[in-house]
Design a protein around this ligand. Structure first.
Ligand code: SF4
Length: 156
């Protein structure tokens, strides 16, 4: 299947979603997390999850998965509201386009262009409470940011 034929992927996914792959490793610090993008994304397998033991997988990896579009709480007006808010509210944190394996199908990139990729490395799925800007960006309109919010958590 050509990339053009593939469904768009969510770049802030959970490992139990359809077509889940790990594409980045959470590094940096709690106050200043940074994603280290993997040279090859890795399909989520039971063995991968077992190796993590008691660790929350989303504290170790950034996952992509099939975008759930209108089944996700972040989806509004035909696009991803989370990506839109990150592009609008968060500052760039890198000056070069990250070498990211999912760009061809990434919904955030499809809808916001390269500018969101300069902001993307600061996005972690489980948002530490001190990251108020990210917590605010992760929260759909009308909801209050939680102490430890989750960026991109789809509706179940
Ligand atoms: S926004 Fe850019 S850097 Fe982030 S996952 Fe999508 S393509 Fe990769």
């Amino acid at each position: 299947m050509d990339d053009a034929d593939q469904p768009l992927s969510c770049p802030s996914a959970q490992p139990d979603m359809v077509d889940a792959h790990a594409f980045g490793i959470v590094s940096g610090t709690a106050a200043e997390p940074r994603i280290a993008y993997l040279k090859r994304s890795a399909e989520v397998t039971p063995a991968m999850m077992a190796e993590l033991g008691d660790l929350d997988p989303t504290r170790v990896f950034r996952f992509s998965a099939r975008c759930e579009s209108s089944n996700c709480a972040q989806f509004a007006d035909g696009r991803c509201g989370l990506g839109e808010r990150i592009a609008a509210q968060l500052p760039p944190v890198v000056t070069a386009l990250p070498s990211c394996q999912i760009r061809a199908t990434c919904r955030w990139h499809e809808e916001n262009g390269d500018s969101i990729c300069f902001r993307c490395p600061q996005v972690v799925t489980v948002v530490p409470p001190e990251l108020t800007s990210l917590a605010r960006a992760a929260t759909p309109p009308g909801l209050v940011p939680t102490a430890a919010g989750e960026a991109g958590l789809p509706a179940q």
